[in-house]
Design a protein around this ligand. Structure first.
Ligand code: NOJ
Length: 799
């Protein structure tokens, strides 16, 4: 069953049936203000942080789904009939009204045809103003004159999510709303500079600032009393719950269309006036929308591919990059699952996210890398979850009353958790991320930048990297494998002094990146020292972790093997086997054997399970994974993020067809027509898909904010299509399915454009037979950096 389709021409996903089993969301805003919005216009806005500066309210996990939201109601003033432009909240029968939602890149359009009225509500946040624009058009498609009313509705939120949820009295008795000059202002009595506003491009006929007056007792957003009556009550108050409702009556002649602009923004009434003046001019709205489109066009143009695989093209050229950008810009803290009350950066998540988009968002990636380095202790480990603001150098006294955008800054001692709370993998991810950033931008001098440690002292970026490597080298268990500590990438493997195969393999992988940098800088001593360390890790991994057909996942503090054929449960894990290959720890034979075992035990039509068989008996020596239901999350679900490593591993082994088979199984695009199984968005990877050990097998959950986004993008662009930046140019090393005869990529890199055409006349899966640059033969599959502004033709023949 399908609910919509991909419109690649417009870079939109079009939802034709709004009665989807779960909310399909989109993200508006690319800078300071963000709205998470569903296909039914449910959702919430915040400014910089959803924890400390909420703008509108949302009842997470509520019944009915997705309430409240940013709604527009229309009313036929002659009959009293009313509806909303998004299907919900009024929810007209789908047999009499037609609703479409188009989720685009940082905008969503809601379109409704009902009773000879065509209406559209476009929502977006301009690049340079912290305001959400509601661009509404209403057209009479019938033959008689219509008398109509338009009403808006959004519920304001107290700025701190905790206060709204835990100390409601502050919210109820210290916030107020007022109306003047066509602008609703929402304010907080005890914070002088904290306001939100709502305005329109017209003089309203009535308004409501008080939620319960607009909605009415024992009613919901489905049937607000104000809309039913056809008039708001002009309510304002200095207590209670507040909303943004502006109402206007208007007449539409047959064929006539009227356009209304609404603005939901951050700031006081004066700011509201300024914004109202600006966006009351349709041309400014149109220009802002155009600028936003251009912003995304420019980004997407950095990497565009044309392959025989329509789904891959759609995801790589549009949605996968968009999801990866969303993870970097808004981190992992705001969705319909992540309620927004934990706005810190997760060390490992951010370190991985930032690896995926240095080509489209170098500034944000660099910012994230610096934030992570500031949250690294001088011992070398990263603080697992932290607020970047904790490490801001500015120590000027803060206002007595917490200003909304200011995150509380605790004392240093209280934020530096010790090794007992450190995760063994966190900071290791950062090393390849730094390397990717430098390879993309050429900014080698970044390595010299001096950045303070979280606890004490400061050092260059290069030295920070050494500390990360040295930390893992120091914390190994009795077998010489890295200690698992609080957790490794797998949050639910809590090995403490037990040992983690994955971390030793990550260590080896990070070392390869580091040694490459050291070599590039000519630091011979470091190259020698760290190469010796790497060789030793490789040997120990192969001596200790090889189980005969695949690699162990770890060894508990009491010496129990995890991920061994000897185990009754958790016999084989995906992570350690994929990472043995990705890192280079495994030689070819072992790599093939391990990945064949992965395929045999873990593969399913929806992707690879994380382990087999799942745990059924709690065992705290192993960790929380043993206390999760079978087939869910880390206990044997199809954990999407880890699937992407298997694609890379297969490419490293040269098995392009296998890599594609694994890719296809997980690809959301491929599940567009089985939404009765998948349920979640087909344009977003989800964190996990219920595994075959659960009766909901195939159901995807936790969309958008997952490391899958960045890694899937990286795996396809760098390993399947095989276009990888180096310090001096681009390596072109595809690993494709044997049924592909050709593909093309347009890649912008350090100011030049590369039009790459790869031919595969012999239908091989890997290997470049010859390559030309602008008609001249190259010696190897490497194209050096070409002059800025140049357009270069690269022809590759595989074989
Ligand atoms: C989600 C967490 O955000 C991430 O940090 C972790 O690596 C995965 N779950 C796997 O446990």
């Amino acid at each position: 069953m399908r609910y919509g389709y991909f419109d690649n021409q417009n870079r939109e996903y079009v939802i034709e049936r709004p009665d989807i089993p779960v909310s399909w969301t989109n993200y508006l805003g690319v800078k300071d203000m963000c709205t998470v919005i569903s296909h039914n216009a449910g959702g919430y806005s915040f400014y910089k942080t959803p924890q400390y500066h909420r703008i509108t309210r949302f009842r997470q996990n509520g019944v009915p789904l997705d309430r409240p939201g940013h709604y527009v109601y229309l009313r036929d003033d002659e009959t009293g009939d009313y509806w909303s432009i998004s299907w919900q909240p009024v929810g007209k029968s789908l047999s009499i009204a037609k609703y479409v939602c188009r989720h685009g890149l940082s905008y969503s359009k809601f379109i409704c045809d009902y009773n000879n009225i065509h209406a559209e509500q476009w929502l977006f946040i301009p690049l340079d103003d912290a305001v959400e624009i509601w661009d509404v058009r209403v057209k009479n498609t019938g033959i008689s004159r219509r008398k109509l009313s338009i009403f808006t509705y959004a519920e304001f939120s107290y700025h701190h999510i905790e206060i709204d949820n835990q100390n409601l009295q502050m919210s109820l008795y210290a916030s107020g709303s007022s109306y003047k000059d066509g602008i609703i202002e929402y304010d907080f009595f005890y914070i002088p500079d904290m306001y939100h506003f709502f305005a329109s491009n017209f003089e309203p006929d009535s308004f409501d600032c008080v939620r319960d007056i607009f909605i009415g007792n024992y009613r919901t957003e489905t049937n607000p009393i104000a809309v039913e009556k056809g008039m708001c009550s002009n309510s304002e108050d200095l207590t209670g719950n507040h909303c943004a409702s502006l109402h206007k009556r208007f007449i539409l002649e047959p064929g006539e269309e009227k356009r209304f602009i609404f603005m939901l923004g951050v700031g006081d009434r004066n700011k509201g006036r300024e914004i109202k003046e600006k966006y009351s001019k349709f041309e400014n709205v149109d220009n802002s929308f155009y600028e936003l489109k251009k912003y995304w066009d420019d980004k997407l143009s950095v990497f565009q591919c044309t392959t025989p695989h329509e789904g891959l093209n759609t995801m790589i050229n549009i949605w996968n990059l968009y999801q990866a950008e969303t993870c970097v810009v808004w981190s992992r803290f705001a969705s319909f699952i992540e309620v927004g009350g934990r706005t810190g950066l997760g060390y490992r998540d951010t370190a991985q996210d930032a690896m995926s988009i240095p080509h489209t968002n170098p500034q944000k990636c660099k910012q994230r890398i610096i934030e992570l380095l500031k949250a690294q202790t001088s011992e070398g480990y990263g603080l697992h979850l932290f607020e970047p603001e904790w490490f801001e150098e500015d120590d000027t006294p803060k206002p007595k009353f917490k200003s909304p955008t200011i995150v509380p800054k605790p004392k240093k001692d209280s934020i530096i958790h010790g090794i007992e709370d450190a995760c063994s993998d966190d900071a290791l991810w950062l090393i390849p991320t730094i390397s990717e950033y430098i390879k993309e931008t050429g900014e080698i001098e970044f390595l010299d930048m001096i950045i303070p440690f979280a606890d004490k002292g400061q050092a260059s970026v290069y030295e920070h990297m050494k500390r990360i490597i040295d930390f893992t080298a120091k914390h190994v268990g009795p077998h010489g494998i890295a200690k698992g500590l609080r957790a490794d990438w797998n949050d639910c493997l809590n090995l403490g002094d037990g040992e983690s195969a994955m971390v030793s393999m990550l260590h080896y992988w990070a070392l390869q990146s580091f040694i490459e940098i050291a070599r590039y800088l000519g630091k011979r001593e470091d190259v020698e020292k760290y190469s010796a360390l790497a060789e030793n890790i490789k040997k120990v991994c192969n001596d200790v972790l090889w189980d005969g057909r695949w690699y162990l996942r770890g060894i508990t503090a009491n010496g129990l093997k995890i991920g061994s054929n000897e185990c009754e449960e958790g016999k084989i894990y995906l992570e350690s086997n994929a990472w043995a290959v990705v890192s280079g720890v495994a030689d070819y034979e072992r790599g093939i054997s391990a990945m064949d075992a992965v395929y045999e035990y873990l593969f399913s039509k929806y992707g690879l399970h994380l382990l087999h068989p799942p745990y059924s008996k709690p065992n705290d020596e192993i960790g929380f994974v043993t206390r999760v239901y079978k087939g869910i999350k880390e206990n044997g679900a199809i954990f999407s993020h880890a699937n992407t490593w298997a694609w890379v591993a297969e490419c490293k082994l040269g098995r392009g067809s296998r890599a594609m088979e694994l890719y296809n199984a997980l690809l959301p695009y491929n599940q567009n027509d089985i939404i009765e199984i998948r349920e979640s968005e087909p344009y977003s990877y989800c964190q996990f898909v219920y595994g075959k050990y659960h009766k909901s097998f195939g159901k995807a959950r936790h969309p958008w904010l997952t490391g899958t986004a960045g890694w899937a993008y990286h795996a396809v662009t760098h390993w399947i299509l095989g276009i990888r930046p180096t310090f001096d140019g681009l390596v072109i090393d595809p690993c494709i399915p044997s049924n592909w005869d050709k593909f093309e990529v347009i890649r912008k890199f350090r100011g030049a454009t590369y039009k790459i055409t790869v031919h595969n006349p012999n239908r091989v899966e890997k290997g470049v037979k010859n390559i030309t640059l602008n008609g001249k033969d190259l010696e190897k599959n490497f194209v050096s950096v070409q002059p800025k502004g140049s357009i270069n033709e690269v022809i590759v023949v595989m074989g």
